[in-house]
Design a protein around this ligand. Structure first.
Ligand code: MRU
Length: 350
């Protein structure tokens, strides 16, 4: 059952991409226009748009923007295609961990390679594909939500980490899609949202979108999850993912692994919710997932103000990998995968 979100983080509008600037939520709620491929690359890198499925949508739109620019430089279709394929490859490098970005750029490369149209016709095909990827994501997330809602106990308190919501997708959410679908059936459920340092996607984005939809949410800091699990106040954990290996190991925002260990210790079910485009069957385990190293300022500063001594060492990995043995189930648009993930994932991609 769908509980419509009021948020549409990114959409294509007559030759430009319009996206909510997620770096300024909750202080401001403002759309920005992205008009060139290079601007899209920067928007992804600087996290104006973020979240695995949303940066996939952005990447697909970025290829269209490059195509529009290229049409002013090239008249030969083959030269145009060769140039555009290089640009699609470049767009795929704007962030390294979420495989949805590479997947969406690959989808656009398939359109380029298979097209028999002229340049204008190819731009139309690429635009249609980008819009399809966006709208399709909303439908997939609703299915994820509905499958996930089946395992949410009545009146449950669901802990989530980071933001795997409408803002991170086409507009419904993966982990928060499960919350939305569960809430539509049972409005006594509630969410505990981890703050998610350093960029505070939980505090800034998850609480914002749940509050906007009227779904009860309690903000906690990252170190508090064991405390509340020990008190019996968390019934399940649902998080999103940026890349899932063939054995079920799942990369998600840094700190997710800690939550999974705490959940295992306290016998709290730990679910990962993600579309099939997040599963990378080309890699055997999470060890092969590239982990983004982000700016040290994200750790040393809050709201532009330094919070620690000068001259100290900083390390800032953006993601960690939760080993498959800590994951109770992977909720996809095709149903809930259970261990042994090597088998259940392979079955899905047969
Ligand atoms: O660095 P971010 O904000 O892009 O990280 C986002 C996450 O880790 C999400 O949980 C993940 O992308 C899943 S979004 C449906």
């Amino acid at each position: 059952m769908a509980f419509e979100s009021k948020i549409r983080p990114i959409y294509w509008d007559n030759g430009v991409s319009k996206m909510l600037d997620q770096t300024i939520i909750p202080y401001e709620y403002k759309y920005v226009e992205i008009k060139t491929g290079d601007e899209m690359f920067d928007a992804i890198k600087t996290m104006i748009v973020r979240g695995a499925p949303a940066i996939g949508i952005a990447g697909a739109q970025g290829v269209v923007l490059y195509a529009i620019e290229g049409s002013k430089k090239y008249s030969d279709i083959n030269e145009f295609k060769n140039w555009l394929i290089q640009k699609a490859d470049y767009m795929a490098t704007s962030r390294p961990t979420a495989v949805n970005l590479m997947w969406a750029c690959d989808e656009q490369k398939k359109v380029i390679k298979n097209s028999a149209s002229d340049i204008d016709g190819l731009i139309k095909e690429l635009t249609d594909k980008a819009v399809e990827i966006e709208l399709d994501d909303i439908e997939r997330c609703k299915k994820i939500g509905d499958y996930g809602a089946e395992v949410v106990p009545k009146g449950a308190t669901i802990l989530t980490h980071c933001n795997a919501g409408a803002l991170a997708t086409g507009g419904y959410g993966t982990a928060l899609g499960v919350v939305r679908s569960a809430y539509a059936k049972d409005n006594t459920i509630q969410v505990f949202a981890d703050e998610t340092r350093p960029r505070q996607q939980g505090a800034r984005l998850t609480t914002f979108e749940l509050a906007k939809d009227g779904i009860p949410v309690t903000l906690i800091t990252d170190g508090m999850c064991s405390y509340f699990m020990n008190k019996g106040m968390i019934d399940m954990v649902v998080v999103g993912a940026d890349r899932i290996a063939a054995n079920g190991d799942a990369a998600n925002k840094i700190g997710t692994y800690t939550v999974a260990i705490a959940a295992k210790y306290h016998n709290v079910p730990f679910y990962v919710a993600a579309p099939l485009s997040t599963i990378d069957i080309s890699i055997k385990s999470g060890k092969e997932i590239p982990i983004e190293e982000r700016s040290h300022e994200e750790v040393t500063h809050i709201n532009g103000k330094r919070i620690c001594a000068e001259g100290i060492n900083i390390i800032n990995p953006g993601f960690d990998v939760t080993p498959h043995e800590l994951i109770s189930g992977i909720i996809t648009e095709k149903g809930i995968l259970r261990p042994d993930y090597n088998k259940s994932i392979a079955e899905l991609f047969k």
